[in-house]
Design a protein around this ligand. Sequence first.
Ligand code: URA
Length: 238
Amino acid sequence: MHRLDKIIAARSSYSRSEIKKLIKRGEVSVDGEVCKAADKRVNESAEITVCGRAIGERYIYLMMNKPEGTVCAVSDGREKTVVDILPEEYKGRGIFPVGRLDKDTTGLLILTNDGELAHRITSPRAEIKKYYIAETDKPLTEENISMFEQGISFRDGTKCKKAQAKNLKSDEKNLVGVTISEGRFHQVKKMLAVCDIKVTKLTRISIGNLYIDVKLNKGECRKLSNIEINQIFFSNFN
Ligand code: URA
């Protein structure tokens, strides 16, 4: 049970003072009954309407096909963020990106306002597998592939967990598939750099068993179903 004004604030983009006024004016109903007490304790599952319109669910879970040129942050003084490009209906609802992709990396990004779920995904202990496809200047050698399997060490001595890398078939370019189960800064690029391979493009394809929806154009997002949220926590090595 939470205060009515707090629930409305979490589920909508109304300001605190707007909410107070709306409640006082009798514009807010809880389970069909007008409620004029901002501090009324209300169940999370209650149906709340403001000015006759039901306000959305508490938590929102989105997948985005992240475009190049956006940073994984809520706001940034200089750069366009992944939250800046969300459709209006999702703005002002405390949504943030789960984990980080580099500015020039594209592909699967989860956004939510559920801090607990975000923590479950990013916690190093969860070891959720993430699969990337990199366009590179050259293919992997057999030695590179076994370095990934044993755990690559960065030049500064940091040792990465065991991972997988493979050359993918392509006529025109060098494509490398990489699966990692941690989320260090620039991890894929740095792992390939240890093999003297330069990444020219990077896309995230999956997190656990959740794959990017190929129908999403770059910059688009859509809600995740409950089944899809569960798929995040089931991993297979690719
Ligand atoms: N590894 C990288 O190097 N960059 C990303 O954006 C994600 C993983």
